[in-house]
Design a protein around this ligand. Structure first.
Ligand code: ZN
Length: 157
């Protein structure tokens, strides 16, 4: 494979062959015209091009992280799944380091393990209310948490 052209999208410039999931890294940081800073995190659950999350698990993790993460930080703007289903992006207000966000993510996922339901998993609040799995989301959250010590290592050594 030849080198790919540089693009405007930070994650398109990441060589996905070199990363070692699971990991947590900063994908982007942007200073707004008013001086506020936004930090975007790449929360990678599975190894790119090797493994991906089930569609229902991704969807339920999205709902559950969106809900529970806001109990641990007022800075959360967005939590969204990657289309490749290997992880999520989280966008937060502030010039944050991985060390700032990791405890928020860990607390969020620990809450998720204790949860008895997927929030907003219904036809009123969601675009595919039947497409959910509490058990699947919890299994993936547990697996990610078990690798907590590896989150900071983004590339294979
Ligand atoms: Zn939904």
């Amino acid at each position: 494979m030849t080198d790919q052209p540089h693009t405007n999208v930070e994650s398109f410039n990441l060589d996905h062959r070199t990363v070692a999931a699971p990991y947590l890294r900063i994908a982007d940081r942007k200073e707004l015209p008013g001086g506020d800073v936004l930090t975007k995190f790449d929360i990678r659950f599975t190894q790119p091009n090797v493994e991906h999350l089930d569609s229902e698990a991704v969807h339920s993790l999205e709902h559950m992280m969106a809900e529970h993460m806001r109990n641990h930080s007022d800075a959360v703007l967005d939590v969204s799944p990657m289309g490749c289903r290997t992880g999520f992006y989280a966008l937060l207000i502030g010039d944050l380091a991985v060390e700032d966000f990791a405890p928020i993510l860990e607390a969020t996922l620990r809450d998720l393990l204790e949860a008895g339901e997927v929030p907003a998993a219904n036809e009123i609040q969601c675009g595919w209310g039947a497409h959910h799995t509490l058990e699947g989301a919890q299994a993936e959250a547990r697996r990610f948490l078990e690798a907590r010590e590896q989150w900071g290592q983004v590339t294979a050594s």
